[in-house]
Design a protein around this ligand. Structure first.
Ligand SMILES: CCCCCCCCCCCCCCCC(=O)SCCNC(=O)CCNC(=O)[C@H](O)C(C)(C)COP(=O)(O)OP(=O)(O)OC[C@H]1O[C@@H](n2cnc3c(N)ncnc32)[C@H](O)[C@@H]1OP(=O)(O)O
Length: 230
């Protein structure tokens, strides 16, 4: 669907991958995610670690033999997202299926315009022992609330993000994040959300405000003008 959204949502400097390419690379990222977990928790002898380090270096060199200039994107729909004109950032540190650093957080758009994500965080995301790092919760809220704002038709940069850590958030259990738009005013959009544990207890609440940057709207107007005159 074509929309009147700012041009950076489909940046010209990016490679756009097809679903087959995404699937192959996503399997690699999944293995590397498991590797990260294994690296954090390994207790094999040091000599073996040294040998494995060389093997990993060799794999890095193989993958690096051909490099893109920037993380790729895809046009394939995530529920609700493509309807808003937004492409998928495959290297995103929260939702990017090609980024092993990303959990990755799934994203489900509900018919009422709210959003739900169900995810489990393991040892690589630990803050206090046995608990989720507060900065990781903040990154997840930033992304999911931002996508919720974008879906509502006001994509933007985070202007404010406030978190209230009510209770510790446990590792290794399915967590649910629910998010919704609370207000829209021109280029500004407010969203809030909360993370709950399987027994329904809220651990973190967040409120954010997103602003569609003025300079991007100006670029969009210029592009539209160029199209009309060409
Ligand atoms: C179109 C973009 C597409 C992007 C793709 C979308 C993909 C969607 C899915 C991904 C979701 C991403 C989720 C992660 C998102 C990040 O992580 S973004 C990275 C972190 N954020 C940043 O780096 C933002 C840095 N700040 C800026 O770039 C600029 O200050 C802003 C926020 C864009 C505003 O700049 P501006 O357009 O020049 O705004 P300006 O005209 O000064 O102000 C407009 C209004 O907003 C208010 N305002 C501005 N900043 C603030 C603030 N910090 N606090 C309170 N009020 C503020 C002003 O007071 C003004 O209010 P009114 O006077 O109209 O009532």
């Amino acid at each position: 669907m074509t929309t009147a959204l700012p041009p950076t949502i489909r940046p010209q400097d990016r490679s756009f991958l097809g679903e087959e390419q995404v699937a192959v690379r996503a399997r690699l990222a999944e293995e590397v995610r498991a590797l990260i977990d294994a690296v954090v928790l390994t207790d094999v002898p040091d000599a073996e670690i040294a040998e494995i380090t060389g093997q990993v270096r060799a794999l890095t060199d193989r993958l690096g033999a051909a490099r893109l200039g920037a993380a790729p994107m895809a046009d394939t729909p995530i529920d609700g997202l493509i309807a808003s004109g937004m492409s998928r950032q495959l290297g995103n540190p929260v939702t990017g299926v090609l980024n092993p650093v990303a959990p990755p957080i799934p994203f489900e758009a509900l018919p009422d315009g709210s959003v739900r994500s169900v995810f489990t965080l393991d040892e690589p995301y630990e803050g206090p022992p046995g608990l989720v790092h507060g900065g990781i919760s903040a990154a997840i809220f930033d992304q999911v609330l931002g996508m919720t704002a974008g879906m509502s038709g006001v994509p933007g940069f985070t202007a404010t993000l406030e978190l209230r850590y009510r209770r510790p958030t446990p590792l290794r259990v399915p967590l649910t994040l629910k998010a919704r738009i609370t207000r829209r005013e021109g280029r500004k959009c407010w969203a809030d959300g909360e993370i709950t544990t399987p027994d329904g207890r809220v651990t973190v609440e967040a409120t954010a405000m997103f602003v569609t940057p003025r300079h991007l709207l100006a670029e969009e107007a210029d592009e539209a003008q160029e199209q009309r005159t060409s």
